[in-house]
Design a binder for this molecule. Structure first.
Ligand code: MRU
Length: 346
């Protein structure tokens, strides 16, 4: 399963809002369609969002008819701005755009810029694929045999350019012969756990049980759970980790029950410029997703809604952060992580 592909100058992505009932693909040469797909969750998950943004810039470059570098930069700059405005929390998006801008600075003609930008976007995608594999390999060591695991949201192939992050740990451990059972939180309100994680794990032949978000603590108290593993959208320098709303509650419950809580993410999700999670911008989604998520009204008209898409789990609740470089143990300190210079601007 590929969440997104670059095919001869166009982007193909699977529309995740239609899963699991329909496998519908969006094919486009228009960066505006890619920006809309990010905004509307057709493509989602921090690493996949970054890859989509990079391909969006590549599409804008190919679309530009600007004959001078000045006109070309205006066209690509407009796309960069639109893509940057889609979703604020996953830092992978801004990292990818920064990389595209840095490459653009190396070109002296629109023709040269076009090929450099396409190459860079494909490179960002390929690098993510490798990072996923390494996260899976490092992370498999935290999974006992047999293991019962709780996860939240969707961190599989759909969310990345490879085999996933937290979910790749699960599938890699299984491929090593470990016996694994997973409880997947449904993940209100957009149901990434129910629609996407349950679907992906079932396709992989992994024993998965779907639970509502509120059931996780009860499962921990009534069943032996070995670990919780989730992804992240932005990790601050001190290890505080923003992830899908509900993750923090899961981490609190895990600590209460003495269950290790792990975060898995590529280093492209770490933002060393932010000292703590308090500084992570948290996206708020529309009330509609809560009161009328899938076409059926489920709350009284006019009710006030608070709908943050993410929450921040403090580093003190995290047993380890698995990245492509290995398993980082507390106390976390990512201040020294090298990132492109322009990341500071976002
Ligand atoms: O709103 P979403 O679906 O983009 O949120 C996704 C998550 O919170 C994932 O857990 C995170 O991006 C990690 S994906 C490998």
């Amino acid at each position: 399963m590929k969440s997104i592909e670059w095919i001869d100058g166009s982007v193909r992505l699977i529309d995740q809002t239609k899963l699991p009932l329909e496998e519908f693909y969006v094919d486009t040469r228009d960066y505006r369609v890619v920006a809309d797909a990010i905004r509307t969750l057709k493509i989602r998950g921090a690493p996949a969002i970054g890859i989509a943004a990079a391909y969006g810039v590549a599409l804008a470059a190919l679309e530009s008819a600007g004959s001078s570098m000045e006109l070309f930069l205006q066209d690509v700059g407009r796309a960069d701005e639109e893509l940057a405005s889609t979703r604020p929390t996953a830092v992978n998006l801004f990292r990818a755009l920064d990389r595209m801008r840095l490459i653009l600075g190396k070109a002296d003609s629109p023709g040269r810029a076009k090929s450099l930008l396409v190459e860079e976007a494909v490179r960002i995608h390929r690098e993510d694929e490798t990072m996923c594999r390494l996260i899976g390999e490092h992370g498999a060591s935290i999974v006992p045999d047999p293991a019962i695991i709780i996860t939240h949201c969707n961190t599989g192939a759909l969310a990345t350019g490879g085999s996933g992050t937290a979910q790749c740990i699960i599938t890699t451990a299984r491929s090593l012969g470990k016996s694994i059972r997973v409880y997947a939180d449904e993940t209100r309100p957009a149901l990434q756990g129910a629609r996407l994680t349950a679907w992906e794990l079932m396709r992989e032949g992994i024993d998965v049980t779907l639970i509502t978000d509120g059931t996780a603590a009860s499962v921990m108290s009534r069943t032996h759970v070995d670990l919780v593993v989730v992804g992240a959208d932005r990790i601050a320098a001190n290890g505080d980790a923003a992830n899908k709303i509900g993750t923090y509650a899961l981490a609190v419950a895990a600590q209460y029950h003495g269950i290790p809580f792990y975060v898995a993410a590529p280093t492209t999700t770490i933002d060393p410029e932010l000292d703590s999670g308090k500084l992570i911008p948290i996206e708020e989604r529309s009330a509609e997703e809560v009161v009328e998520g899938f076409g059926k009204r489920t709350a009284p008209p006019g009710v006030r809604v608070y709908a943050p898409a993410f929450d921040v789990t403090p580093a003190s609740l995290i047993a380890g952060i698995v990245t492509e470089t290995g398993i980082h143990s507390p106390p976390f300190d990512f201040h020294g992580l090298r990132v492109p210079a322009s990341v500071k601007t976002r």
